[in-house]
Structures are given as C-alpha cells and as structure tokens.
Design a protein. Structure first.
Length: 295
C-alpha cells in the first residue's frame, strides 16, 4: 500500500437515529455516509467500476475523490464519464481532493492544482457535481515559515473566489504538521485568521487533530461553522497510534458527533490511510459501527 505522499506523487505522474445536543436539537438525522476513495486506492486504480460498485454495496452513498491533479481526469475518466459512472452506482461525490501545485514534478508545473489551471479544475468539478474542492496536503517544500503560510492563505482566498463563481466551496484539509508551533504560533491558526471564513472552509481530519494533541471539539467551538467536512478516521490504542477502523480505536466519535452543529458539518468521509489487510474488510467494520452508533 502506498503512503499519501507517494500516492500523490504517483497520481500526479500518472495523472480521501436521532442525535441531540445537550442544549438543543441540532440534526434530525445524518443521511450521508461517505468514503474517501484514497482508502481503496489500489482497487480504484485497477478497476474503478468494480470498486465503486463494491463501495455502494456496503452502504456508502457518497465518496470523496483522491485523483485528478496531474491528469485532469477522475480515475482515468473525463468529468462527464465519471459523473455517469457515479450515477450508475447510486453514488454522489460532493467533495474531491486537489494539490496546491507550488511544488513541481520533473521541473514542470502540475496542472489541475490550486496554482495551475484551477479554472479548468473547477469547471470539471462542477460537471461531476462536486460541492467542495479541497486542498488535501502540502508537500514538505510547500510549508515553510509563518510568512509563507500567509502567502498560502492568499492563494486559498483566490481559489475560493473562483470556486464561489461556480457554486463550489473551497476547503483545506489538515494533517498534524500545521499544529507544530513556529515562533509561538500555529500555522493552522495563520490559515484560519488570514483566509476569508466564507471563501475558505476547513475539512477536519479528526485523527490528525488528535495526533497533534489537540481537542477536535474545542477547535470546532472556537471556529464555529468552519468545518463542513470531516474525515472520520480512528486511532488505535497502541503507542504507535496507528490508523484503525472506526470504533476500534481511542477516539470518542460519539462525543464528537454531538457537535455537528458547532462545526457546521455537512458531509463526513471514512478514511483509513493504511489497513491491516483488505481495505474493504476495514471499511465494512467502520460502516457497521457508524450505522449502529453514530447515525
């Protein structure tokens, strides 16, 4: 199985019941259970038709894309063809991942990224029915100083403006490096403070927030309505804090799901970067837990 970094490089070269808050009723039901397709990346690369059919058969009704950057195609298909495939499987893809594009590949700009041919990416996203375009990851040489994060915030605001014209919301997806202090400040806070709260929302990867030692609920409360997307990914109980199936680890998702209203969550996606065996076995365990305990 490939790491996220190597996967991004590879896809670039080749081309994630009634619930009640204590204070108020916040949501009658959650009807969408999503999967970040990075979890089943090998199956999607081999046979996307068969993989999506299997995903839908397990009970997922939404997915989040993990390709496009570099090829300007969705799993080898143009936007119209991929949209048709999703419809045939009874799936929708409200969100998809993209790269920043500051880093180069073999000395060349990477197309279909925030910084290069973003307008075409937005047009193709609209064709597929994508509602959220997410900058998924910053390569190590795309991070840098706090001043550089301020420059990234400017890029995100501009990308968000282009998305808004197409009726799409721009988002940024965290890992844990954004929560490593620089001069007493967090790069993540720089992004929050220097981006327009309407143009740039956040996809909270709950695992990585916990891995960084922060409280996801506190982050939601401090930035209400800023997190329309979640990655629901569990952390095992070993010292390694490895990825594991939802409900099999140490993260209290029952408590976190009580704060959907604080976060502004519209969609969530199961993601498991690495699985101990067949990823479809892992996501089967995750969705069973979610259906029984969270929705």
């Amino acid at each position: 199985m490939t790491s996220r970094r190597s996967f991004l490089k590879a896809t670039t070269l080749a081309s994630a019941g009634l619930l009640i808050r204590p204070s108020s009723l916040w949501m009658a039901s959650i009807t969408n259970i999503g999967l970040q397709l990075y979890t089943v990346r090998d199956a999607m690369q081999k046979d996307p038709v068969a993989a999506l059919k299997k995903v839908a058969g397990l009970g997922f009704n939404t997915v989040e894309g993990a390709t496009y950057t570099g090829t300007q195609k969705f799993y080898g298909m143009d936007a119209k063809a991929f949209a048709m495939l999703l419809k045939q499987q009874g799936l929708s893809m409200p969100s998809s991942h993209y790269m920043l594009g500051e880093a180069k590949m073999n000395g060349a700009d990477i197309k279909g990224t925030v910084l290069h041919e973003w307008e075409k990416a937005v047009d193709d996203a609209a064709t597929v029915g994508i509602k959220y375009m997410v900058c998924a990851y910053l390569m190590e040489d795309e991070r840098g100083s706090l001043d550089h994060y301020k420059q990234l915030a400017e890029h995100f605001n501009k990308a968000g403006e282009v998305c808004k014209k197409a009726g799409i919301q721009f988002c940024y997806h965290n890992h844990d490096f954004e929560f490593q202090q620089q001069d007493g400040q967090l790069p993540y806070d720089i992004l929050l403070k220097n981006t327009d709260k309407d143009l740039v929302k956040m996809e909270m990867d709950i695992y990585w927030v916990k891995k960084a030692g922060l409280d996801p609920v506190a982050l939601m409360k401090a930035n209400k309505g800023r997190f329309p997307l979640w990655h629901v990914k569990d952390m095992d109980k070993t010292p390694q804090q490895a990825f594991t199936e939802v409900g099999n680890g140490s993260i209290d998702f029952k408590e976190i799901f009580k704060h959907v209203g604080d976060s502004g969550m519209k969609y969530f996606f199961v993601e498991q970067d690495q699985c101990p065996g067949d990823p479809f076995d892992s996501i089967t365990k995750s969705i069973k837990y979610i259906k029984k305990n969270l929705v």
